[in-house]
Write a new protein. Sequence first.
Length: 184
Amino acid sequence: MEDSNPWKTLASEVKYDNNWIRLTEHQVLNPSGGKGIYGEVHFKNLAIGILPLDENYNTWLVGQYRYPLKGYSWEIPEGGGPFHEEPLESAKRELLEETGMSAKNWREIQRMHLSNSVSDELSIIYVATGLIQGIPMPEETEQLTIKKISFDEAYQMVLSGAITDSMSVAAILKVKIMILNGEI
């Protein structure tokens, strides 16, 4: 029963398509048999997140204005990873672009779907340790503020609601558990 699809697709039409997303509207019969529409956003890249962590349990957050939110957001370094590229290579590139850092050690800690009621977007999150500082090289679409803080401060920002980005929340909560369990 868990694997059976109770939805029936009657017709589908692509409503919007660009280099990053495709929006499709489906004419459907819902699980109760009623007619309706379902909008689906297909992402053309993986969502990649990195929580850099130094030997003193400091981390780096990236702040930027997020157009859909019409507001500023503090986040772990994040970006898109092309499907044809290994996710770890995308993570290394994003960390370097956004913070100027490279790392000796990488560990995948989480895979998650970011909004599975309307999207197929898959996120892969890493912890990066053994950090080496360099010069940030943000993309032209990014106007970033980089902030080094203690991991505990980042954790408190999640608890207080100052960090709301889903990948950042998941990464910080997961790493907190890993620290408490002696896994990091």
